[in-house]
Design a binder for this molecule. Sequence first.
Ligand code: HEC
Ligand code: HEC
Length: 378
Amino acid sequence: MKITKLHVLLAVFSLAFIVSCTKDEATIYVQHYDEADYAALTQVLDIPNNPHDYSFKLPNHLGGQRFQVNTDLATLGRVIFYDNRVSENNSVSCATCHLPEKGFADPRALSEGFDGKETDRNSLALGSVVNFQSSYGSSFSQRIGFFWDERAQTLEEQSFQTIENPIEMGMEMNLLGDKLLKEEYYQILFRKAFHASDNRPNKDKILAALSEFVNSIATFDSKFDKVMSHSANLTSQEALGMNLYNENCASCHGFDMSNLPVSVANNGLDWVYKDKGVGARTQKVTDNGVFKVPMLRNIGVTGPYMHDGRFETLSEVIDHYSSGIKDHDNLHPNLKTNFSQPKAMNFSESEKASLIAFLETLTDTHSLMQEKYADPFK
Ligand code: HEC
Ligand code: HEC
């Protein structure tokens, strides 16, 4: 080969690049995976060799805090999240029941598990919170539990229960590591994420990766956020809806959609609950019909609604609060009058429309549909 000026120039440039990389630890390596690894990965996966940045900073109206996310761990978690191999018969992945374009919820009232059986409850929208870490606290200071009955304290516990659940994924966690290890892309991704000499996938590593990915999902760029940061205005209809929301709903669902004043409650859906919710777990009658209060980000796209997906539309939800609240023994005080009667908010048709218009301002699907959260399989 003839050495041309161009070759020399290229050599000088790449040398300069290597030097600049080693000098400054914060520099992102353009070639994150070596050539052979990247060739193997890209046979199956559509992931960049210059990895996505999963870390994020909350906007000032939500505290401005920065959250550091480990890119290799989150990338591995993303692949696991979308991989049908995680279920016993390779039929469903986490994403089967948590669709990014639906706020990471399922448009079906009940989801279908690996075996064709229906789940007991409606899938919870992972995009209903700004971000699990920032809204729920770290695993050490966790205030809010996962699932409709808050039975899991950490994301690791949640994923463990879901993967082993006989309706959802039916996969024995202790066998999953060896199953994944059969795939070359996992050998590479686990090696990248866990530098230790023992990089065999096991239960803890799988759960750590899933948790890192789910904890990286963040949504704070809705119209509501733009209004909070003074870069947009509500229409008069949305503003009326916001007032109605603040008066009637925020005492439980929160004012800034990042904090929950009340974490579990009964909201008077039924006189008698088929699914006792927290009560089924604690065996206390005072917990019957008590369920997690969901945060309402992206609520316009996460229907159907409630723990059993009974309401198809937001309009049905508003009708419930307007005139359908049942006087259950455990009905939360925030939904009672001063005389201890169930509130009837009796919204007019135009008030209902305003409330819905306001709730629609909480939609931020473009954040949730970013490539870094999307299905990486080709
Ligand atoms: C077959 C459908 C299905 C699959 C597969 C599935 N989920 Fe879920 N997910 C649900 C349902 C249903 C709930 C609510 C269950 C409950 O509360 O009892 C839920 C709840 C959750 C929650 C709790 C959210 C909250 O606000 O409390 C998280 C987090 C979650 N899933 C993540 C995952 C991850 C990660 C995976 C893959 C390991 C996964 N899910 C696989 C259906 C599914
Ligand atoms: C006492 C606290 C409380 C108040 C006040 C309240 N809610 Fe709720 N909300 C809940 C609980 C608890 C649930 C879940 C109940 C269930 O599924 O059994 C819920 C569920 C919802 C859901 C469905 C969420 C989902 O992901 O499926 C929407 C939407 C909703 N509420 C909107 C409102 C609106 C709008 C108002 C005001 C008009 C309001 N809520 C007032 C406690 C409350």
